[in-house]
Design a binder for this molecule. Structure first.
Ligand code: CP3
Length: 359
């Protein structure tokens, strides 16, 4: 594989090495806010068809890079492909979010779960990774990803999105050892799947723990953090003679940044409820930080977006180890021109603050 990388800002920042300007990429940078994404999805017929056809997944992955000078590509897929590969039967109905045909409803359902072979059941993802790497031709690095065991378990037990998490929380309090059994199988599946993505060419691995923040502190450590640490310990850390950085992101996890930093990951994602400067003081030199503009700031006027971007850069302060991102995904109603404003502002404002710069 051609290992030349023309823009390595993201990899450098994740390893807390100096960069010319702060790298930026956005969670859900490929998605419904882009008219070309909506066209591609309509052509494919469904979101899953988009994910399962490597050529289409590759096309959609590259769409935001055609518009904006982003510093990374992120694989176009979904965290719920893993439970789908475990036999739960995933579908997305318009406006209703994800749904499993066979959610986990009993101890027997959990006992039956097996760890999928990513080169078999998830081959379409790994083929997409290989194709995207070829098409990127070293322009920017490719981020691979998976869901955290806790977050995947919430969908597998609830059967889809949930407001109250009644079933998974009842399981947690009534049958903790059964939940641990589930989380163990999912953690193994995620580890093997991410290692498959890395072998296929993913240059960074990110774990999305979207629902860790709904847990009480002790429960977070026992049912989410412990499995994040298990995954970190099992991941391939070098490929193509480069370190493969790992990013952990618990949404709503601001209280546990030190715990996340202590897992051995390279970077921690932070949402917008956290002051980035305080976060940096708390994690010190252990990890880089990724974030954390409020995604709703992209509804504001361009000049306000520039101010908010400047504020995030100022909050982090001088020195290496910052990857600019939103605190969660780009929302579907955002005007793509506002994303262009943000990306330009981050590069411009961070470059001018370097020693020898013009500020
Ligand atoms: O970030 C990227 O651009 C890469 C692609 C990506 C998607 N989902 C595409 C997607 C990534 C990294 C994800 C992760 C994901 N999926 C998470 C964790 C991150 C987060 O957002 O908290 C979660 C919880 C899911 C599960 C999921 N997928 C839900 C709840 C939904 C429906 C709600 C929604 O936002 O539409 C999805 C669908 C989904 N995944 C879409 C996209 C672009 C929209 C599908 C469509 O085209 O209608």
């Amino acid at each position: 594989m051609n290992a030349v990388l023309h823009n390595d800002r993201l990899l450098r920042a994740l390893l807390r090495q100096p960069v010319d300007v702060t790298p930026i990429w956005l969670m859900r940078q490929a998605g419904r806010y882009l008219p070309e994404y909506r066209t591609a999805r309509a052509r494919a017929g469904s979101f899953m068809a988009l994910c399962q056809t490597p050529e289409r997944a590759c096309e959609v992955t590259l769409q935001p890079l055609v518009r904006f000078p982003l510093d990374a590509a992120i694989l176009f897929s979904d965290i719920l492909t893993v439970p789908d590969a475990m036999g739960l039967g995933l579908s997305f109905s318009e406006g209703e979010g994800p749904q499993f045909a066979r959610p986990l409803r009993s101890a027997a359902d959990i006992a039956r779960l097996a760890v999928p072979d990513p080169e078999v059941e998830l081959r379409y993802v790994l083929d997409a990774v290989r194709l995207i790497r070829r098409e990127l031709a070293g322009r920017v690095p490719l981020i691979g990803f998976a869901g955290s065991p806790w977050t995947l378990a919430t969908y597998m037990v609830e059967g889809g999105s949930s407001k109250d998490y009644a079933r998974i929380k009842a399981l947690l309090y009534d049958q903790p050892s059964l939940l641990h059994r589930l989380l163990n199988v999912v953690a193994q599946a995620v580890t093997i799947y991410l290692n498959g993505q890395i072998a296929a060419g993913a240059q960074v691995a990110m774990v999305f723990d979207t629902w860790g923040g709904i847990l009480a502190p002790r429960a977070y450590r026992e049912f989410s953090l412990a499995y994040l640490a298990q995954i970190v310990a099992g991941l391939t850390r070098e490929a193509e003679q480069r370190r493969v950085p790992i990013i952990l992101f618990t949404k709503g996890g601001g209280a546990w940044l030190e715990d996340l930093a202590a897992t051995g990951c390279d970077a921690v994602g932070v949402d917008w409820t956290v002051d980035l400067g305080e976060a940096r003081q708390r994690v010190g030199a252990r990890v880089a930080l990724q974030g954390n503009l409020d995604p709703a700031a992209l509804y504001a006027a361009p000049e306000r977006i520039r101010e908010q971007a400047a504020q995030v850069l100022t909050d982090f302060g001088a020195g290496p180890g910052h990857i600019f991102n939103l605190g969660h995904g780009v929302q579907p109603g955002v005007d793509p021109d506002r994303v262009a404003t943000l990306v330009a502002a981050v590069h411009e404002l961070s470059g001018s603050r370097l020693p020898g710069g013009n500020a």
